[in-house]
Design a protein around this ligand. Structure first.
Ligand code: C2E
Ligand code: CA
Ligand code: CA
Ligand code: CA
Length: 278
């Protein structure tokens, strides 16, 4: 029994060690990846529900670790936030995404926007406004074509985040509230925040066909956006049935696997060229 217990104990600490070791390895790896361009930006099309045309792209970070292989943003973004590495990482992604957007425009594509995710931590960093300014200047992207996606977690720190949001808004940048409906129960911040767009979280879209309550939520968000003078985009649209429903409800834009997964810049360029030729 003693041996068993000992064994279990050892096993347990080993697991913990492995967990901590992986975390440390990832943290060091992340630092290196940021320095050495080891993080890629992928692009998911944002699509006009009626015309089926590509309106823009959302930039999504991808990390191909030399040892562990592909690591999902759900794992490394929280780590980047914890270690504040999200600040230099976010800056790189913003720069890369804006560069790519401008390249597509220079090649003759007509895209309304590039959407970039900024974490709440970045909004707490006072340099964020000058960073955005400098990226727009370097890449010659007009502010109206940049959309910044933020999540409701920003509400918690709104005394710091609100002035930043207002300054970005004043520059002419678009602000979208991501994962809408999953965060805070109070909606009062909607009237204080200078938002342009609500993004309906994919959890409500996914079960639209089987769940009357999810339909009610989606309908309500679309109506709410309309009443508040905001645009609305549905994310995580995977089936034609879901898309048909959104169309019937007057939802203007969507993203999702039914149209395309996030693509490498080469794949995204090919898709744009192909849709231009049609
Ligand atoms: P998000 O901003 O809500 O991004 C949408 C996520 O849904 C992406 O996951 C995308 O690949 C996935 N997705 C798109 N269409 C579908 C669909 O039809 N079905 C399903 N099941 N999923 C779909 P991804 O790329 O793994 O990113 C996860 C999260 O990581 C993002 O959620 C965002 O919160 C964060 N993230 C990714 N890139 C960045 C970044 O550059 N900066 C920051 N701050 N966060 C990022
Ligand atoms: Ca997003
Ligand atoms: Ca989202
Ligand atoms: Ca999310």
């Amino acid at each position: 029994a003693k041996q068993d217990g000992g064994g279990q104990y050892c096993f347990y600490t080993e697991e913990m060690d492995q967990h901590i070791t992986r975390k440390l390895q990832l943290e060091n790896g992340l630092r290196k990846a940021i320095e050495q361009e080891g993080i890629d930006v992928y692009y998911q099309p944002q699509v006009d529900v009626r015309s089926g045309e590509i309106i823009g792209f959302e930039a999504l970070a991808r990390w191909n670790h030399p040892e562990f292989g592909f690591i999902r943003p759900d794992e490394f973004i929280p780590l980047a936030e914890e270690t504040k590495l999200i600040v230099p990482l976010g800056e790189k992604i913003l720069l890369e995404a804006c560069r790519q957007y401008q390249q597509w425009m220079d090649e003759g594509h007509d895209l309304e926007r590039i959407s970039v995710n900024l974490s709440a931590i970045q909004f707490m960093d006072p340099t964020v406004v000058s960073t955005v300014e400098s990226v727009l200047k370097q890449t010659k992207v007009a502010p109206a074509h940049l959309e910044i996606e933020l999540t409701e977690s920003i509400v918690q720190d709104s005394t710091q985040a609100l002035p930043v949001m207002n300054r970005l808004k004043k520059m002419g940048i678009q602000l979208a509230l991501d994962d809408f409906g999953t965060g805070f129960s109070s909606l009062s911040y909607l009237k204080d925040f200078p938002l342009d767009t609500l993004k309906v979280d994919r959890s409500f879209i996914q079960t639209i066909h089987e769940n009357e309550k999810d339909r009610a939520v989606v309908d309500t968000v679309i109506q709410l956006a309309d009443r508040l003078g905001l645009s609305v985009i549905a994310e995580g649209v995977e089936t034609e049935v879901q898309l048909d429903y959104l169309r019937s409800r007057g939802c203007a834009e969507y993203q999702g696997y039914v149209f395309s997964k996030p693509l490498s810049k080469t794949e995204a360029s090919a898709l744009l060229t192909q849709s231009m030729a049609m």
